[in-house]
Design a protein around this ligand. Structure first.
Ligand code: HEC
Length: 259
């Protein structure tokens, strides 16, 4: 797979979607959300032909984790994320952080410590699932532009109550089988008569395979793949540095870091 094929924006969007959310999320959009005359993501016929080639190659790679890696690397988006050794630990003292607690910290979002914010992004495990400032996993959306769309309140809510608003592309599915098993996870492949489901959002090599004939129902999960309480080990200073790091979009020269 060459990158030139993916040079047009709809293709890049498709590849990014594929890399982050898996095949079903990117190809099975409800028809009414598509603008008429174009396919998912507003692609032209030419784009769709290329998307379908990428799609075929993706499905052809039957191992889910390999397929994910393939899509990501082929698109030149990122190398697979692997934590370099043990993640750093927060010093605390931790507490049960609420959205309101975080919003109330607003006046203290100045004179922050950039390096510590960067460290807390790793300590709170965000990096395992989210790409930000050039590094991180692909289970969740890239957070690099989050400050452009999210203010403090939205960011706080997304972290403390991940299931309140779940972005469509990153929804987990709940698959029920005829013999009464329930499997929850991210569907990454639907080729060759079976679904491949990543069951651990932190490890895309952990997969379950279900033959399509054995499936009784598939429903979108009401619970986010993002865990709750991730901030609870962090103390106030650590939470502030993390929030500043994210809201600045990883910019050490942002006024929030001015001493
Ligand atoms: C185990 C994987 C995982 C971890 C760890 C994780 N997230 Fe997430 N996050 C997700 C997934 C999946 C979504 C998308 C589904 C959703 O909206 O709930 C998401 C959504 C988000 C969103 C909303 C983004 C948007 O565009 O709507 C924000 C903000 C966010 N996470 C921040 C964080 C921060 C900050 C941390 C660390 C404290 C973190 N996440 C840790 C998986 C994770």
């Amino acid at each position: 797979m060459t990158t030139s094929r993916l040079s047009r924006p709809p293709l890049r969007a498709f590849a990014a979607c594929l890399a982050a959310a898996g095949l079903l999320a990117c190809t099975s959009r409800p028809a009414e959300t598509k603008p008429s005359g174009t396919g998912a993501l507003g692609a032209s016929a030419e784009d769709l032909a290329a998307i379908s080639r990428v799609h075929r190659e993706y499905v052809a790679a039957h191992n889910a984790s390999d397929a994910d890696r393939l899509a990501i690397e082929a698109a030149g988006l990122r190398k697979p994320y692997k934590p370099k050794g043990a993640l750093p630990k927060a010093a605390g003292p931790g507490r049960e952080w609420t959205t309101a607690d975080l919003v109330a910290l607003e006046p203290k979002l100045k004179g922050r410590n950039f390096k510590n914010g960067e460290k807390m992004y790793v300590a709170a495990r965000c990096i395992v699932c989210h790409r930000f400032a050039g590094d991180g996993g692909a289970t969740g959306p890239d957070l690099s532009q989050v400050a452009g769309r999210f203010g403090l309140k939205d960011l706080a809510e997304a972290i403390v109550e991940p299931s309140k608003v779940i972005s469509d592309q990153y929804k987990a599915s709940v698959v029920k089988t005829a013999d009464g098993k329930t499997i929850t996870g991210r569907v990454v492949s639907e080729g060759s008569g079976k679904l491949v489901i990543v069951t651990d959002p932190e490890d895309s090599t952990k997969v379950a395979e279900v033959a399509k004939d054995d499936i009784e129902s598939i429903k979108p999960s009401a619970v986010s793949l993002m865990p709750e309480k991730l901030l609870n080990p962090l103390g106030e200073t650590e939470v502030l540095d993390l929030l500043a790091y994210m809201l600045s979009r990883g910019d050490p020269n942002h006024p929030m870091f001015r001493k």
